[in-house]
Design a protein around this ligand. Structure first.
Ligand code: R5P
Length: 294
């Protein structure tokens, strides 16, 4: 351990999907990173083992719930940590898979985000999410829960790089506005209409971006369709530089390579590890853990 920790968390367990962020969180909290063994059997089933003593400790388990096998690994880590004698478990879900199915869009559907919330907290004492797609999902948790926002870190990162920050849709207005406030630059949003799972139509909107360096800030980049449409609009309106920034970079189907052709820069946080992970969520998560203490 380096220095004195003021956090209630005394150990951090980083699942295989969140190694880098888990290490960053243990450094931010000034507490130990637990050694674990994590492997897959030939049939694909997961296996985990806690290798350090966590008896009587308050443990933060950091693990994404995407794709599904990482969700199962999270459940195994919660079980192993509890069996190893941990006093309290705080589950940190950097990227909360299924968060976009946050309501019944059609009769008969599952509310996947709510179903997942219940499973995640079943073997945990508290949960921390990061830039959760819809904050209403927090109401699905019955135990203590908090959402860490990386928008302050994003705003700091964009200081001096952008003259304006835009939300690509109404859903991300709150997040992008906060990044713009911290960066001390103009804010606006673009109107978007989703036609199907991979097609997005951007409704032209008069944005004062001529001659400006513009950053588009979203919570998730999946196919990159939203961002690429927005980049087209902004370049057509005279933006001199366009930067794509998101919290969660899924980058499905080679999206990162495609985005790098449309944008001058592409950045994401380390909630999902990729070559674009230039902003860390560790400080924002640590700040929420500190709040649980008081
Ligand atoms: C949607 O509401 C989200 O905030 C993102 O804008 C969306 O998930 C991005 O998806 P894609 O990269 O596939 O356009």
């Amino acid at each position: 351990m380096v220095g004195k920790s003021y956090s209630l968390v005394t150990k951090v367990v980083a699942g295989s999907a969140s190694q880098r962020l888990g290490k960053g969180l243990s450094e931010a909290l000034k507490c130990d990173l637990v050694q674990i063994e994590s492997k897959r059997f030939p049939d694909g089933e997961g296996y985990v083992r806690i290798l350090s003593d966590v008896s009587g400790e308050t443990v933060a388990i950091v693990q994404n719930t995407y794709p599904d096998q990482n969700m199962v690994e999270l459940f195994l880590l919660q079980d192993a940590t509890r069996r190893a004698g941990a006093k309290r478990i705080i589950t940190v879900v950097p990227y909360f898979g299924y968060a976009r199915q946050d309501k019944q869009f059609q009769p008969g559907e599952a509310i996947s985000a709510s179903a997942l919330a219940k499973l995640i907290e079943a073997h945990s004492d508290a949960t921390i999410t990061v830039d959760l797609h819809n904050l209403n999902t927090l109401a699905s948790f019955s135990k203590p829960v908090a959402n860490a926002s990386v928008m302050k870190a994003t705003g700091e990162f964009l200081k001096g790089k952008a003259d304006a920050i835009l939300s690509p849709d109404k859903g991300s207005i709150g997040r992008a506005r906060e990044a713009a406030r911290v960066a001390g630059v103009q804010f606006d949003h673009i109107e978007k209409k989703r036609l199907d799972g991979s097609t997005v139509q951007m409704t032209p909107k008069e944005l004062n971006v001529r001659g400006k360096r513009v950053a588009i800030v979203d919570d998730i980049i999946a196919t990159g369709g939203t961002m690429m449409k927005a980049a087209e609009q902004l370049r057509a309106q005279g933006a001199t530089r366009v930067i794509a920034v998101c919290t969660h970079g899924l980058f499905t189907g080679g999206a990162l390579d495609k985005l790098r052709q449309s944008f001058d820069e592409v950045h994401a946080c380390d909630t999902l590890e990729s070559p674009a992970s230039t902003i860390s969520a560790a400080g924002s998560i640590a700040a929420e853990i500190y709040k649980f203490r008081s």
